[in-house]
Design a protein around this ligand. Structure first.
Ligand SMILES: [Fe+2]
Length: 215
């Protein structure tokens, strides 16, 4: 005998909830938030010049505006720079498309906190804060270096807490990011990139590929 569950047969008090809840849930099912112009997967990277910072983010819809608004910490974000976008088509069967935006801040003061947000038009990220690097031989950078993080590990919260406390100057993730990023038509990559965003949006997140990260 087969059993089918209609809405009226759901157990518990669900049947007593108003129909608008079903409609709302259906909306998110058919129109997932990933089809969005909202910036996500935000990350910082060093360029080799300590007066610069590269900021990268992803949208799932094309946008005509790739802007970072910024200023020294605590000041209004009335400085801005424009970036570029690259359309990325995943190699999986669904050929999922996303848009990778990059903008480079230049002329930054060394050892200075900056606030920024990225996006454009009506779709902006939260405001994040990073610190520029120092230079010179009297400075020892504080680097967190690790590999093999994955998406279900125990370490992420500790790393996030330390990053928020300003205890790292740079992250070095030496490969094997998410086991594997291309899994499930690269949805694992999206999950991973959003999981590390609280770290990567604050501290330059430098990487090299591992054996799980082949294209
Ligand atoms: Fe590994």
């Amino acid at each position: 005998m087969s059993t089918s569950y209609g809405i009226s047969e759901f157990p518990g008090d669900f049947v007593n909830r108003p129909n608008w809840l079903v409609i709302l849930l259906s909306f998110f099912y058919f129109f997932p938030t990933s089809s969005s112009s909202q910036p996500e997967q935000i990350g910082l990277a060093c360029t080799g010049d300590p007066t610069e910072m590269m900021i990268t983010w992803v949208t799932f819809k094309p946008t005509g505006n790739h802007t970072v608004e910024y200023n020294v910490h605590g000041e209004p974000l009335n400085l801005s720079t424009s970036g570029t976008v690259t359309k990325f088509t995943d190699g999986g069967g669904e050929h999922r498309v996303l848009f990778i935006h990059k903008a480079k801040l230049t002329g930054l003061t060394l050892n200075q906190a900056y606030d920024y947000r990225c996006g454009g038009d009506n779709h902006w990220s939260d405001v994040y804060t990073f610190n520029t690097l120092r230079s010179g031989e009297s400075w020892s950078p504080r680097i967190a270096m690790y590999g093999d993080l994955g998406t279900d590990g125990q370490s992420l919260q500790y790393l996030e807490d330390e990053a928020k406390q300003g205890n790292f100057d740079v992250i070095l993730h030496v490969g094997d990011f998410a086991y594997d990023m291309h899994t499930d038509n690269a949805r694992v990559a999206d999950k991973f990139m959003n999981q590390i965003q609280p770290i990567a949006a604050r501290v330059p997140y430098m990487t090299c590929p591992g054996n799980h990260d082949t294209a």
